[in-house]
Design a protein around this ligand. Structure first.
Ligand code: PEP
Ligand code: MN
Length: 293
């Protein structure tokens, strides 16, 4: 009989860590390559774009702005995990195609969410990176399915998951042979109602202590307030994050989803200038593709 306990977890500083994700399992740190963009190296990668793909114009306008101001990967949800069934659910496959076109037009690799095992093959064919959202961090069939692809995976922390559970979810993906996993802290549920979530920035140094996988932060869902995003984005870089995923909309007031936490292009541009200073102050650099250097 197999025991209920996972095999030989590694203990680091008193915390038990699944074997494959453990920092002790390999000599260096993992760098994930997203369509040529490294996440998890000396540099800090900025992912930006709208919460949801709404139409080609909204997407392309937003994509052009975020690229101009220094984002290196374009985000956009097509299969949207909305809390209410009456809210905009996303454009599905059509949205993924729009994202692919916007990616081609701007030269930015794209990341989009998969919510169901049945969506994985199509999204893996059309996107550079697959996102598993907070609500699906515990969806083990989905974790196994994305683990069978050879695409990079952006795994978001479950809103009620401990770091051990988060790392076990990543271990599911690595166990299928896919080591290209980026962990994303996006806030957890606490008793505090003023913010959408409590952004757990202490997860960044802890995860980097425990695992070789890159760690990025989502200050948009982490706070739920546009005005807080720049402060927490800079704090995340200061805390050692390998990247950020930020919601930006060319007209946040018209957004079909999460407009209240989305930055305008001007706000994003200002934030990027601040991020460059903070990154320099902590001995890192915001990643820019070679042609921009
Ligand atoms: C998202 O990034 O679009 C999203 C829904 O985030 P989360 O899964 O963290 O809520
Ligand atoms: Mn959103």
């Amino acid at each position: 009989m197999e025991s209920d306990h996972y095999n030989d977890p590694v203990v680091i500083g008193g915390c038990s860590v699944p074997v494959r994700v453990s920092r002790k399992s390999k000599p260096g740190l993992t760098t994930v390559n997203v369509g040529g963009i490294p996440i998890g190296s000396e540099t800090v990668a900025i992912i930006a774009g709208p919460c949801a793909v709404e139409n080609p114009h909204q997407l392309l306008e937003t994509a052009k702005y975020v690229k101009e101001y220094g984002a290196v990967i374009l985000r956009g949800g097509a299969f949207k995990p909305r809390s209410s069934p009456y809210n905009f659910q996303g454009l599905g496959e059509e949205g993924v195609r729009m994202l692919r076109e916007a990616g081609k037009a701007t030269g930015l690799p794209i990341v989009t969410e998969v919510m169901d095992t049945r969506q994985v093959a199509f999204v893996a064919e059309n996107a550079d990176m697959l996102q598993v959202g907070s609500r699906n961090m515990h969806n083990y069939p989905l974790l196994k399915e994305v683990g069978l692809t050879r695409k990079p995976i952006l795994l978001k922390r479950g809103m009620m998951a401990t770091l051990e559970e988060f790392l076990l979810a990543a271990e599911y993906i690595l166990n299928q042979g896919n080591e290209q996993v980026v962990l994303c802290e996006r806030g957890i549920r606490t008793f505090e109602p003023t913010t959408r979530n409590t952004l757990d920035l202490s997860a960044v140094p802890m995860l980097k202590h425990l695992t070789h996988l890159p760690v990025i932060v989502d200050p948009s869902h982490g706070t739920g307030h546009r005005w807080m995003v720049p402060t927490m984005a800079k704090a995340a870089v200061a805390a050692g994050a390998d990247g950020l995923i930020i919601e930006v909309h060319y007209r946040p007031e018209e957004a079909l989803c999460d407009g209240y936490q989305s930055l305008s292009p001007d706000e994003f541009s200002l934030l990027m200038a601040g991020l460059r200073k903070v990154a320099n102050a902590v001995g890192r650099q915001i990643y820019q593709p070679p042609e921009h250097v």
